[in-house]
Design a protein around this ligand. Structure first.
Ligand SMILES: NC(=O)c1ccc[n+]([C@@H]2O[C@H](COP(=O)([O-])OP(=O)(O)OC[C@H]3O[C@@H](n4cnc5c(N)ncnc54)[C@H](OP(=O)(O)O)[C@@H]3O)[C@@H](O)[C@H]2O)c1
Length: 313
């Protein structure tokens, strides 16, 4: 049973190598290779060419090689097959590192200290305890819950916002449209780990930004986004950072990637950018994960972490 790997924008060699290591008995092919389309049962994909997957008549399951699935749900020709997404400690741990790093970057005023060092200037600022800062995580899924636990362990006050009602130890949980305003009103640092769906597109706009708490230790809110770029209205964030309504921001994801050279985000003050690397999909860890899921499926167990196409995540 052949496995097809279709990863647009990534180097396929690492995936082929890692999959052959994880499953030496299986054929692993790329879209450009010569192979019998009828032999392909599983496709491991990242941004596959729209319409390509429907050319594989015996395909049984599609594995999205990342936690996000908007690269698939936007394909109008996506075959009506189970879509499995990655839920793996390797990927989750990487995202939690990014969230903790960037919460601390702003909390510990490191953008200020980096600029002060570059200017050869000794400029200490007042430092608050983590317990004085209210972090609010949008998206209490696999990634949001893990980041919340790490931030709680550091002493931050943590709340979360999800679509449906949740209970998470130590986390003040809000949900749905009605829960958004009270969640924002108590949030000094907003962390978005939302998937991109029709409902979350452009969600973080001027109105949301202005509804965040203004009485926190930094004198205004900080915004972090590692979910999807199109959940945030970039122009509204740029304006708020320039006029000081937002004190700092970290972005890993952007409406257009790579971020175009002419984007004003490059030159916006108090903004730290990373090029969509918060939680990279590691070929070795994720190949082992997918091969394990395929083996369980072939042993008769149901596929896990299926995407709900109606919800879009
Ligand atoms: N930057 C990177 O490197 C990187 C890497 C991996 C993933 N990501 C992004 O991170 C996202 C989250 O991953 P995950 O594994 O945590 O996903 P997940 O387990 O599916 O969790 C998604 C969370 O978002 C909430 N949500 C969805 N739509 C909502 C809405 N309209 N209003 C309020 N809450 C909503 C869900 O609410 P319910 O709990 O009620 O369903 C859930 O809590 C991915 O979709 C991807 O876009 C980024």
């Amino acid at each position: 049973m052949t496995i097809l790997v279709a990863v647009r924008g990534w180097k396929p060699d690492h995936w082929i190598h890692a999959l052959r290591e994880a499953a030496p008995d299986r054929a692993v092919v790329l879209p450009g290779d010569e192979f019998d389309p009828d032999s392909v049962r599983y496709a491991l994909v990242w941004k596959p060419e729209p319409g390509y997957l429907k050319t594989l008549p015996k395909l049984e399951a599609i594995f999205s090689l990342g936690a996000g699935v908007d690269h698939l749900t936007t394909d109008p020709d996506l075959p009506d097959l189970p879509v499995v997404r990655i839920v793996d400690p390797d990927l989750t741990g990487r995202m939690t590192e990014w969230v903790v790093l960037n919460v601390l970057l702003h909390h510990r005023r490191h953008l200020h200290y980096a600029a002060a060092q570059a200017a050869g200037s000794w400029k200490p600022l007042r430092q608050w305890a983590a317990g004085a800062v209210r972090v609010g995580i949008m998206g209490l899924g696999e990634l949001g819950r893990d980041a919340a636990q790490a931030l709680l362990a550091l002493g931050f006050q943590v709340a979360g916002w999800s679509r449906t009602e949740k209970r998470v130890d130590g986390v003040d949980c809000f949900h749905g449209k009605d829960g958004l305003a009270p969640f924002l009103a108590r949030t000094d640092m907003l962390v978005s780990l939302l998937p991109l769906t029709a409902e979350t597109e452009s969600l973080i706009d001027r109105a949301v930004i202005d509804a965040l708490a203004k009485d926190g230790p930094l004198g205004g809110p900080v915004i972090l986004n590692a979910g999807r770029g199109r959940s945030l209205v970039e122009a509204d964030l740029v304006e708020a950072l320039r006029d000081g309504r937002v004190k700092g921001a970290s972005l890993d994801v952007f409406a257009t990637e790579p971020l175009p050279p002419e984007s004003p985000l490059w030159q916006t003050p108090n903004l730290f950018l990373t090029p969509h690397v918060a939680a990279e999909s590691d070929p070795v860890a994720l190949s082992r994960y997918v091969i394990g899921e395929i083996a369980a499926y072939e042993a008769g167990r149901p596929l896990r972490h299926l995407v709900d196409r109606h919800k879009g995540y």
